[in-house]
Design a protein around this ligand. Structure first.
Ligand SMILES: Cc1ncc(COP(=O)(O)O)c(C=O)c1O
Length: 403
């Protein structure tokens, strides 16, 4: 008997939510292709000499000598609990008191954000984000819903007056209220701004008044040049804040260590969906590294190094950028956000990479990408002070001579 073969249509196997998500731009589309030996002012990577490679190698050796094969099983190493304890103590020091049941270790902040999106969002859910914002978080939210609302940022962070207006208007019109607000209040990516304490209080008051959650992404929160502002989580007496932390920017991004601090009920739901999709070996290695690390000293070194690099970048911008260009002066973190009126920064990037310097065009950080055409993000974290100065000079030359 002849079998009747049905031609496979791969598309038909996807449910509607996945089909819709696949209509969006592919993940990571914003990463520029940069020739080797370019000065890389686009990467949000830590400075190579501040990544503790030697110490991590020693930690791996120590871990395997002490625990043999244990850390190589699914959740074998007792140091997995040690890492959670370390995170809990660090949260304590920063005024965010957590029980173990209120913490979940994740594969970086990104997994934490994705899990949060997974348990709180469906296609009808509304999310509010800052504009501009961290593009990977935008990509994540767009996989779950297209109901994303934006509130602009100024030098003092999220414009809370505008948030208040938006919420009041939606309530009046009977529209769906947001499930959560996603914010990077401290040393923001990409703008480098920090939300004032007054605005932080207002965010928490609005969350209470309009009954939404606040997803606080604190990836850069310990990288202040002079001090680190109080987190929203530490100011939250009503359990509104889902706090996301990360060791990527202060230890090593490739280790993929992040965490969520939230109420026990929320952590339980996140845990349900995370299963064991993580890296127990990386967690045990990180715990061993941290046992041997003076973390406060480490933070001090990072902040001194990044502050100097930032100063070099700001001085070079003053010297080499056209007079109509402007930028926010960051008090920590990795980034300077620049506005150059009349310059399309995507076109600028292709000329700049030809001259051996890269940055990220601003458009990628906006939901509506036409808004970001005259902005660019520069990162001072990765390159040496000398290269930063050279890179900005090259950029200035490209703007003046080639556009
Ligand atoms: C605001 C923000 N959140 C999260 C992350 C990613 O953190 P992780 O490496 O822990 O996933 C980044 C990295 O660039 C970031 O800028």
């Amino acid at each position: 008997m002849e079998r009747c073969l049905v031609p496979m249509n791969a598309e038909s196997f996807f449910p509607n939510n996945i089909k819709a998500a696949l209509q969006n731009d592919p993940p990571g589309e914003w990463i520029p292709s940069v020739p080797v030996n370019s000065i890389r002012l686009h990467s949000g990577y830590p400075a190579p000499q501040l990544v503790p490679s030697k110490e991590l190698k020693e930690a791996v050796t120590q871990l395997l000598e002490e625990e043999k094969d244990l850390p190589l099983h699914y959740i074998g190493s007792p140091r997995i609990d040690t890492l959670k304890d370390w995170v809990r103590q660090r949260q304590d020091v920063r005024g965010m008191y957590a029980k173990n049941e209120e913490l979940l270790i994740t594969a970086g902040a990104c997994q934490a954000i994705d899990l949060i999106a997974r348990i709180f969002l469906d296609k009808d859910a509304v999310v509010v984000v800052e504009s501009p914002t961290y593009m990977e978080a935008l990509e994540i939210f767009q996989n779950y819903t297209d109901k994303i609302l934006t509130i602009p940022i100024d030098k003092d962070g999220l414009q809370t007056e505008q948030l208040a207006e938006l919420l009041a208007e939606r309530k009046k019109k009977g529209l769906t209220m947001p499930t959560f607000l996603y914010t990077i209040p401290t040393f923001h990516n990409p703008t480098g701004t920090t939300m004032t304490e007054g605005r932080r209080k207002q965010v928490l008051e609005l969350a209470e008044e309009y009954d939404f959650l606040v997803l606080e992404d604190d990836a850069y929160g310990e990288l202040g040049f002079n001090n680190n502002p109080k987190t929203l989580k530490s100011m939250d007496s009503n359990e509104r804040v889902l706090y996301v932390g990360s060791l990527s920017k202060v230890v090593a991004p490739g280790m993929r260590i992040g965490w969520v601090h939230a109420t026990e009920k929320f952590i339980q739901a996140l845990f349900w969906f995370k299963k064991d999709l993580e890296h127990p070996f990386a967690q045990a290695t990180m715990a061993t590294l941290l046992e041997n690390t003076d973390f406060i000293l480490r933070l001090r070194n990072l902040s001194e190094t990044y502050q100097k690099k930032c100063q070099v970048m700001l001085a070079a911008l003053e010297k080499h950028l056209p007079r109509n260009a402007s930028w926010f002066v960051p008090e920590g973190g990795y980034f300077v956000w620049v506005n150059i009126p009349g310059v399309d920064t995507e076109k600028l990037l292709s000329k700049a990479t030809e001259e051996g310097v890269s940055f990220l065009p601003g458009k990628y950080f906006f939901l509506n990408q036409t808004e970001g055409a005259e902005y660019l993000r520069l990162s001072f974290s990765y390159e040496s002070e000398e290269n930063i100065a050279k890179g900005i000079e090259k950029l200035g030359n490209v703007i003046v001579s080639k556009l």
